[in-house]
Design a protein around this ligand. Sequence first.
Ligand code: SF4
Ligand code: SF4
Length: 426
Amino acid sequence: MADYTKMWSELGLDLKSHDALLSILGSAYGDIFLSQKDRPEGMKYFDFVMSEVHGLRIQELMEAKARGRIVVGSYCVFVPEELILAVDGVSVGLCAGAEFNFEGAEEVLPRNTCALIKSAFGFKFGKVCPYLEACDVVVGENTCDGKKKAYEILGPLVTDLYVIDLHQTKSDMGRALLKEEYRRFAAKLESVSGKKITPDSLKKGIEVVNAKRMAVKRLAAIRAADPAPISGLDALLVNQVFFYDDPVRFTHSVNQLCDELEERVKQGIGVFAQGTTRVIVSGCPMAVPNWKLPMLIESSNAVIVGEESCVGERGTRWLTEFRGETEEDLLDALTERYFSIDCAVFTPNPSRVDYVKEMTKKLNAQGVIHYSLQFCQPHMVESGPVEKELEKSGIPTLRLETDYSQEDAGQLKTRIEAFVERLENK
Ligand code: SF4
Ligand code: SF4
């Protein structure tokens, strides 16, 4: 990696802590990803992106800003990248997946806050996230109670925090609220960027994001093959890079990877032996570098063939369907697309478990591992009914709760191995 010290200093990062973080990340990446056997050649691009995730990509963001583009950071898949692109902005994901500076986070947040929220604060107070520091606007959203209250504390700590209000039910009023909130967000983006959203710019934004989602959907479908042509870890990584990379370049790279994987499928080449136990992981999103659970699963004689999560199919399975050419038509289409997302924050939320069942069938999985972050009430509460419904439908389910620490790794592995054995004997 080139020397980015000047850029990181100008962004106000704590260089010592940042170096320490990068060194831990680099070695974890080597141990977890680069040690895998028979990885597709196409993963080299994603290895490169990860090696430059705080370097070249940040340099690109800074160059974009110098050319007058705004950088917009967000923590949730309800923030529409399409609108950001419509003002020629750059969208970046800010969710963090590492236990870093939780002591700092716990000075302002209760200890029993989920690791995802604590991590975002730990990164902010520790001054180690160049994405957050590069943002012109940080977008929050009223989803779970933890996040919506945490944004009140985050507000004064960032340049410009903007919060999108979200519905809680899938009602007509909920849909109307979402549309009005997207209209309000569009006005905010216009005011910060100084650029007007036009039907053409919005249509182009939708096309770019649809193409990106289509590429990831293509990857998801290929994973139905046995032997699995790609590991769950690598597929998760692609879904994680989705939130950071330039969207057009990302789409091209995922499609290239898919060309290679389709060829592998034709030739019967896999990264795990044919007949390896196949599982779906469902639940909370896994932000970079939260790779603990997939690593434990894939070192326990099982392969992950799908993720029902916001860093996975919940974030990518719907496309925006054009219904007309006016700005109002496009806003309606966008609202409809995002209104379909079945996050556990909604009540009731029956479509989520229906989709887990569908995924299990279409990806030829034998079981589901439900993953909740500790203290994530929406997913933890929903995990009970989800397990009950899946088991009733003949789909063995293992419910796990964990955080970002490594302390429970041994205990989790024992439970995963026992579950895989149950699936093998089914
Ligand atoms: S799990 Fe819910 S709150 Fe979290 S990113 Fe997904 S939609 Fe947003
Ligand atoms: S993991 Fe759960 S508690 Fe944490 S931010 Fe997401 S929805 Fe909220």
